[in-house]
Design a protein around this ligand. Structure first.
Ligand SMILES: [Ca+2]
Length: 195
């Protein structure tokens, strides 16, 4: 919300930019404290062990924006929970989103999203598409109050999905749009021709 305060009060763009940078530093410091506490609490990656084939691993990913090359869209499906995609903190085109192209159609059973920090609420929706143009909601988490770092989502109806998109619609004060890792589960879509 603080991002739109500058323009509303007619501040010069340079002042707005400085304000953004300062606000970003404050937010990073706040989230770093949360991360440190999580590490002290003994957070581990054991819960992240692969138990199903991850359809999203290393598949082509894109996003509404990136903060820099070290936090590109590909960082959210590189199999490493220590790396993450980060948006650029300037949602000029609407809510920030991350998307993966699974390469072909699958019938999806669910997904697992690992956020960069525990103890923070990330509100979002997961959408699926056969063509990358027409989307349906696979899981609506826009009103969630969960502060879990790892979200396991089951899809009720997600047939013939090639593209999966996660749009972040709400954040706790002091955090920014970022995803550490996305896993997508399912089976290859069958046309029935080979049965
Ligand atoms: Ca990662």
């Amino acid at each position: 919300m603080d991002i739109i305060i500058g323009p509303l009060f007619g501040l010069p763009s340079a002042a707005v930019h400085v304000g953004r940078q300062s606000a970003r530093r404050v937010r990073q410091a706040a989230c770093a404290v949360v991360l440190s506490l999580a590490l002290l609490a003994g957070a581990s990656g054991s819960a992240w062990a692969a138990d199903q084939d991850n359809l999203a691993l290393h598949k082509p990913a894109s996003s509404s924006s990136i903060e820099n090359d070290e936090h590109s869209a590909a960082q959210a499906n590189d199999g490493d929970p220590a790396t993450s995609w980060r948006a650029d903190d300037e949602p000029e085109g609407g809510p920030e989103w991350w998307q993966v192209d699974l390469g072909k159609a699958f019938d999806l059973s669910g997904c697992r999203i690992r956020w960069p920090f525990r103890g923070q609420t990330y509100q979002y929706k997961v959408e699926g598409s056969a063509d990358g143009k027409t989307w349906s909601v696979l899981s609506d988490q826009t009103n969630t109050t969960s502060k879990a770092q790892v979200h396991d989502l089951k899809f009720q109806k997600a047939e013939q999905i090639r593209y999966v998109k996660i749009t972040v619609t709400g954040l706790d004060e002091g955090c920014w749009v970022s995803i550490s890792e996305v896993k997508v589960f399912g089976t290859e879509h069958s046309t029935g021709a080979t049965k």
